[in-house]
Design a protein around this ligand. Structure first.
Ligand SMILES: [Zn+2]
Length: 126
């Protein structure tokens, strides 16, 4: 009985906090995106030595959209997916792919994963 009341209370508090949680998380997301764009404007590619620029973020966004579409197309209908982004910037000069490290606020060369390789060669051939 007490557990039901406690769970109901926690649920009510959560519902009441949604109008605060959503805008705050949206603002944090926008701020992180802005930081990433700013960093891309001065980050020198470790492969070719050119500055990435904002175009690197746009290329990664397009690439990520393609990856997500391919994953959804391969999934059973109604499957709930939990995706972790695997590319945040792609050098427009040499194609080197980077992940954004939020804690260090820097880009790190993306390590190849066998899971990603299974999916991504199919994207390249389309
Ligand atoms: Zn490069």
């Amino acid at each position: 009985m007490l557990k039901k009341i406690t769970n109901g209370f926690i649920f009510t508090i959560f519902i009441l906090l949604i109008p605060i949680i959503l805008p705050v998380s949206l603002l944090q997301s926008l701020r992180e995106k802005r930081r990433m764009r700013k960093l891309a404007g001065r980050f020198v590619c470790v492969e070719c030595g050119e500055v990435l620029g904002v175009e690197a973020i746009q290329l990664a966004d397009e690439r990520w959209d393609e990856i997500v579409k391919a994953i959804i197309a391969k999934s059973e209908p109604g499957t709930r997916l939990r995706l972790v982004r695997t590319v945040d910037a792609i050098c427009p000069h040499c194609g080197c792919q980077y992940l954004y490290r939020k804690a260090e606020r820097t880009f790190e060369v993306r390590e190849e994963s066998p899971d990603w390789e299974l999916l991504e060669p199919k994207l390249d051939s389309e």
